[in-house]
Design a protein around this ligand. Structure first.
Ligand code: AVJ
Length: 321
């Protein structure tokens, strides 16, 4: 049965698995050991992330949803009728609903996400609630160069939507490259960018070290995923979730820390972890409105309105392309 299942694995899934194996081996071969956070988002990881968004400590999602719903009419006015909305890292498609409710029928909605099954299911649910909307899901890794279907009509305005502070997962040089690509792709339109702001380290720390341990499970799920998809032999109970604010770099770092000396097999190679050694799994950069404007201006975007909450926890920026 197992053999048969392997034989019929679709080529895209096989390629994705090959890339995961190569990236994991490369991550384990270098020091410090670091892997892209994109590998968090298998079906289980995407579901865990959705639970993170509901946690009392994880203020980011609530804050951004609050901004979107409070300012949806104004944002919709900036977007204009019949534009097409392109969402980068669309996830569960919850945030776009707030904008769709305020918009007079956008021309089309293109959610881009790396987690194919999760995206397809979310798109089906959205279609049920917005039967008139033209939805075109795109399963892709948008950090790798963006290719999109042609504009709906000549002259259709494209509005990019990059919420959730996902931009914080990118190193500053990668964020700049992404914004440059987005600027080129959206030329004549705009980008609506949501980003987490620098604040008291204790507040940041709590958001990534929740009391229920959901963030720990999200982090450790990476090892569970590797075991299932690549046949590695990680012992998830031999690793601990570690998340802390690196003030010098203005970022939260997440790591998986080895609790003892141990060896792990990955596709025929063995890798040793000494006690306390980590695999760096994510950076989550924090910004100021000024630092975001500087980055955007460098990328060829022009500053527009900014919406933020009274505690200045989160920023929503309109950037003309
Ligand atoms: C989806 C990348 C914005 O960095 O806050 C949540 C992911 N990691 N808890 C973030 C995440 C740990 C999240 N982003």
């Amino acid at each position: 049965l197992r053999k048969e299942a392997d034989a019929i694995e679709d080529p895209a899934a096989a390629a994705a698995r090959g890339e995961f194996a190569r990236d994991l081996q490369a991550a384990l071969a270098k020091r410090p050991r670091q892997l892209s956070p994109k590998y968090f988002y298998d079906a289980a990881g995407s579901a865990l992330f959705d639970r993170i968004c509901e946690l009392p400590e994880y203020y980011l999602t609530r804050c951004e949803l609050g901004l979107l719903s409070a300012h949806a009419p104004e944002i919709a006015e900036h977007m204009g009728a019949e534009a097409e909305i392109i969402e980068f890292g669309a996830g569960s498609l919850a945030k776009i609903r707030l904008l769709l409710d305020a918009l007079q029928g956008p021309g089309r909605y293109l959610p881009i996400d790396i987690s194919g099954e999760h995206l397809a299911a979310a798109a089906r649910r959205l279609q049920q609630d917005y039967p008139q909307l033209q939805i075109q899901p795109v399963v892709a890794d948008y950090t790798k160069g963006l290719r999109l279907p042609p504009r709906l009509h000549r002259g259709t305005r494209r509005i990019g939507f990059f919420p959730g502070s996902t931009i914080g997962n990118l190193r500053p040089d990668e964020a700049l490259r992404f914004l440059k690509q987005a600027a080129a792709l959206l030329r004549g339109g705009a980008l609506l960018l949501g980003a987490d702001l620098i604040k008291a380290p204790a507040v940041l720390h709590a958001a990534y070290n929740d009391a229920q341990g959901v963030t720990a499970a999200f982090n450790l799920n990476l090892l569970v995923r590797a075991n299932r998809e690549l046949g590695t032999d990680f012992d998830p109970s031999g690793f601990a979730h570690s998340a802390f604010y690196n003030a010098g770099q203005q970022r939260i770092e997440m790591h998986l820390m080895s609790l003892r000396k141990q060896e792990v097999g990955v596709c025929g190679r063995r890798y040793e972890f000494v006690e306390g050694e980590t695999l760096h799994t994510e950076n989550s950069y924090k910004f100021t409105i000024d630092s975001l404007h500087e980055l955007a201006t460098h990328a060829g975007l022009r500053r527009g309105p900014v919406w933020t909450d009274k505690h200045r926890r989160f920023g929503l920026l309109w950037l003309d392309a």
